[in-house]
Write a protein that binds this ligand. Structure first.
Ligand code: ZN
Length: 176
């Protein structure tokens, strides 16, 4: 469902970047982010970075993914990449126009680049990524006119829960 006239979502203090439009009714932002958070939680339980992502088309989840970099010795196996690959396979398409990606952490340059490459319509993320966020925190690849493609971005959906998961990882790594 694409609704260019949808209002700015209010859930969890979500921020909509200036000039950008909401894609999905605000109720579902929190609902779908819950699925991404479940993926993140499971990844954390496997000892992987607790980051999850899902792909949504027409108000339905079509794919899910989690970080499996360590498990697969694959440096590109980020959660968003996994969700994109699974969605393309499931839909049998090379491009993912009208797909919205929900992820618990603001994606890195590779993942934002991949989303642009397959024409994803929108990105919804929970927590900003001050280390490698490429949707505005460190660099802004999601909305750069030089690239000729852009993504609608909604941030801050269920941010506290995502940050709590990441905090558990930080504690574990530091031995605390
Ligand atoms: Zn990434």
């Amino acid at each position: 469902m694409r609704n260019g006239a949808a209002p700015v979502p209010g859930a969890d203090g979500a921020i909509l970047a200036r000039g950008q439009v909401a894609i999905i009714g605000d109720v579902n932002y929190a609902l779908f982010m819950g699925e991404a958070l479940a993926e993140a939680r499971q990844a954390g339980e496997r000892g992987a970075p607790p980051v999850g992502a899902i792909a949504v088309l027409d108000d339905a989840m079509v794919a899910r993914g989690a970080n499996r970099v360590g498990e697969r010795s694959d440096p590109t196996a980020h959660a968003v990449m996994a969700a994109l690959r699974a969605a393309a396979r499931r839909l049998g398409t090379r491009t993912l126009a009208d797909v919205t990606i929900f992820t618990t952490l603001e994606p890195c340059p590779m993942c934002v680049g991949a989303m642009l490459e397959c024409d994803v319509a929108a990105l919804v993320y929970a927590a900003p990524n001050p280390i490698s966020g490429a949707a505005g925190s460190v660099i802004q690849l999601a909305d750069d006119p030089r690239l000729g493609r852009r993504l609608d971005v909604v941030s801050g959906i269920r941010r506290a829960e995502a940050e709590e998961l990441m905090g558990e990882l930080a504690s574990a790594l530091s031995g605390a």
